[in-house]
Design a protein around this ligand. Structure first.
Ligand SMILES: [Zn+2]
Length: 327
């Protein structure tokens, strides 16, 4: 089909200028409103694949929605998905908020996405990652009334995170993003507000709900679609939208990300072939500065999102420690 230039042009026009597709099913009984997002990053195909499979299962009755509402957004970023790139014009999962005067593609999509998120109570955002490693879930802060991310659904969010089927749960994203921004300022990159670190889960917490980011494993791992689909099935059962036994809470390795090693100059690089979730001993060599200076683990911990090709201003990897939180 795609050899035909006019069809290819139409496909492109739909992706760049077409609507944001969402499909909602309303159960006949009352229950919470769940939204499931895929392809917030366009090269993470496990989300669209898992969500389309779940949509078909809902229509066939294999997954019968009896209560509440579920909205599926298989492709949250159609431009990036068409291109099979992480971003269209920019990262949709940053600085996500309503913008009355949108300036780029993600601003326009973000306005529609924020409106959708506001209408829902719970978010499952399905992603995959560049490096190798076990699937894991990002969840949010403890209940608090602070200025960074006020929140009151920590218990419900933790319970959701623990039943998706993964065994690693990570928190501390926004505080760590502030560390990244501080490092960028140190090397003279333009200052940006902390709202840069706000993505889909931060937005739904802001609008009164809760949500988690599921990282289904490596982009290219076909198993990532299975991880995503199992998590959707578990979420529907956990929230009572479908019947059947509630999924068990898996024991979690809970990791608090407490630092980010930032590439501050050309030549700063990762040392070794780390995978996301790898445990490291105190003193282990993680990275090396361009001048040869080693960067070592300050205490026992974990490597998250190692990025061998990080450029100045990007994270070489996040560093986490065993968390005192239990979910
Ligand atoms: Zn992603």
């Amino acid at each position: 089909m795609s050899e035909n230039p006019s069809l290819r042009e139409t496909e492109r026009d739909v992706a760049l200028n077409g609507p944001l597709e969402s499909v909602s099913l309303s159960g006949l009984g009352t229950g919470p409103a769940l939204i499931v997002l895929g392809a917030v990053h366009g090269n993470e195909n496990c989300g669209p694949n898992a969500i389309r499979r779940a949509m078909a299962a809902c229509r066939s009755g294999e997954l019968l929605i009896r209560r509440g509402d579920v909205t599926f957004v298989p492709v949250a970023n159609p431009k990036a998905y068409l291109q099979q790139t992480r971003e269209g014009d920019r990262n949709l999962n940053r600085d996500l908020r309503e913008k009355p005067a949108p300036v780029d593609y993600e601003d326009r999509i973000g306005n529609r996405l924020c409106a959708l998120l506001r209408r829902h109570d719970v978010l499952l955002d399905v992603h995959s990652f560049r490096s190798e490693g076990e699937p894991f879930v990002f969840f949010g802060p403890e209940n608090n009334q602070g200025t960074l991310e006020a929140f009151r659904h920590a218990e419900a969010e933790g319970a959701l995170a623990a039943c998706l089927g993964t065994g690693i749960a990570i928190h501390g994203w926004l505080e760590n993003y502030a560390r990244l921004l501080a490092a960028r300022a140190r090397i003279g990159l333009p200052a940006v507000a902390i709202s840069e670190g706000y993505g889909t889960t931060e937005y739904i917490r802001f609008s009164g709900g809760y949500g988690v980011t599921l990282e289904c494993g490596s982009h290219d791992d076909p198993a990532s679609t299975e991880v995503g689909y199992a998590a959707i099935v578990n979420t529907l059962a956990h929230l009572g939208l479908t019947d059947g036994p509630r999924p068990e809470r898996r024991p979690q390795t809970v990791i608090h990300v407490v630092d980010i090693i930032v590439c501050e100059a050309e030549g700063d690089r990762l040392e070794g072939s780390w995978r996301t979730g790898d445990a490291v001993a105190a003193g282990a060599l993680i990275a090396r500065r361009a001048n040869g200076e080693p960067v070592t683990a300050p205490c026992p911990g974990y490597i998250i999102f190692p990025h061998a090709a990080a450029k100045p201003g990007e994270g070489i990897c996040h560093f986490g420690v065993a968390s005192a939180r239990r979910i």
